[in-house]
Design a protein around this ligand. Structure first.
Ligand code: ZN
Length: 394
């Protein structure tokens, strides 16, 4: 039927045009660079479209944070420092806002900040000049923007009753890191945030295919999410289980293998404690501080719920370690305990799976392999099946 196909062609052309216009609106990174001239350290961000910006600073450690209109950074997410900047990183902070965080070697003041519109073959350039200052002056100049407070989870909450009606268990998979927080770096040049997202999608597909589980990811794009928002997403979804995915790195390349962590106020060993401290830094890395968080509401009821949740978590971790051991190498003491913020939902059993060491070439290659990602997903599914079966028989 020619008129129909003509209509389809028109519709297709229209959709294509819409997609293209959507793409054209995206601001893209052209270059990012640091220069030093005398005591001035100059940071330049060059993009292909007009750009808005907002600058604020954070202490302990000293950082300058620059929020700009949403920008597509491509595969780049960090760079080496120069002058008073020791290191810098950038990424999506939230929809509409990209963030650049400059880590400083010492307190610095913003001497100048301005935008040079595109000309002479250059794109639009945001220029920020930093000069050394002292701690007192740095602290006096601290300005916390309102946006720095963790935003409420954006995901739509569905009442648990609706989930139950659907008859499926709800699993929330949390790809660690994201956006301005890249996580650990791999020996093959990849960063943790991309690996965790890739594996999370494979796990989601595997679990959804079974028809038994409904899976929600805390993020399905390269965006920063504060640690507390991650478990709030699980709570809002009425999750039966929360699994956070990570990959570690170590100073030497021999250490390898996965491990599964559950929450405990007391770490099982110093390594677990160090790892939790490292993972808990995500919010600081992204430029928000937890200092202003309201203290967690504590009551006997919540404590009871939390203790029960911790038991369920530990029970699932035992099963998971057993399944994972059949498809990948694990560390000794492969189930460990520590105070990971992301595992702190009082009422959702939660585990954190460190999938291996990106500093180890074999682990890094395994995590990049689609076949191995599918094996991990299958092991996770098998562990979930056993966990819920046992739960039902009690
Ligand atoms: Zn991590």
């Amino acid at each position: 039927m020619p008129p129909m196909s003509g209509l389809i062609r028109t519709a297709a052309a229209l959709i294509l045009a819409l997609c293209l216009s959507g793409l054209a609106e995206g601001r893209e990174l052209k270059d990012v660079r640091l220069g030093v001239n005398g005591d001035v350290s100059r940071f330049v961000l060059e993009v292909d479209d007009a750009i808005d910006y907002k600058i604020f600073s954070l202490a302990d450690p000293y950082r300058i944070v620059i929020d700009v209109s949403e920008t597509e950074f491509g595969s780049r997410s960090q760079g080496k420092g120069k002058g008073i900047v020791s290191h810098y990183r950038f990424g999506l902070f939230k929809a509409g806002t990209s963030r650049i965080v400059l880590d400083l070697t010492a307190p610095a003041a913003v001497k100048a900040a301005f935008v040079i519109p595109a000309r002479d073959g250059f794109g639009h350039r945001l220029v920020i000049d930093l000069v050394p200052t002292d701690r007192a002056a740095f602290l006096a100049a601290l300005r916390r923007p309102e946006e720095a407070a963790p935003a409420a989870p954006t995901q739509e909450a569905r009442p648990p009753s609706e989930q139950a009606a659907a008859g499926r268990r709800v699993i929330v998979i949390d790809p660690g890191h994201g956006g301005v927080d890249p996580g650990a770096s791999s020996v093959n040049g990849e960063v943790e945030k991309n690996i965790t997202l890739r594996v999370a999608r494979v796990v989601r597909d595997e679990l959804e295919r079974s028809g038994v589980y409904t899976v929600k990811l805390t993020r399905d794009r390269d965006i920063f999410i504060p640690l507390r928002d991650r478990f709030q997403i699980a709570r809002a979804a009425g999750a039966n289980l929360f699994v956070s995915l990570h990959a570690d790195s170590f100073k030497t390349d021999e250490v390898r293998g996965g491990s599964v962590y559950t929450l405990s106020e007391r770490a099982s060993d110093s390594e677990a404690e160090l790892l939790a401290a490292k993972e808990n830094k995500a919010d600081i890395i992204a430029g928000i501080d937890l200092g202003d968080e309201p203290p967690e509401v504590s009551s006997i009821l919540i404590d009871l719920a939390r203790r029960e949740t911790m038991n369920f978590s530990a029970h699932f971790a035992t099963i998971l370690v057993n399944e994972l051991g059949q498809v990948m190498p694990l560390r000794r003491n492969s189930h460990r305990f520590a105070g990971f913020v992301v595992l702190k939902a009082p009422d959702v059993p939660s585990v954190l799976f460190e999938m291996g060491y990106l500093s180890n070439p074999k682990d890094a290659a395994n995590l990049a392999s689609a076949a191995q990602q599918r094996r991990l997903a299958a092991a996770l599914k098998s562990a979930l099946d056993q966990y819920f079966l046992k739960l039902a028989s009690h």
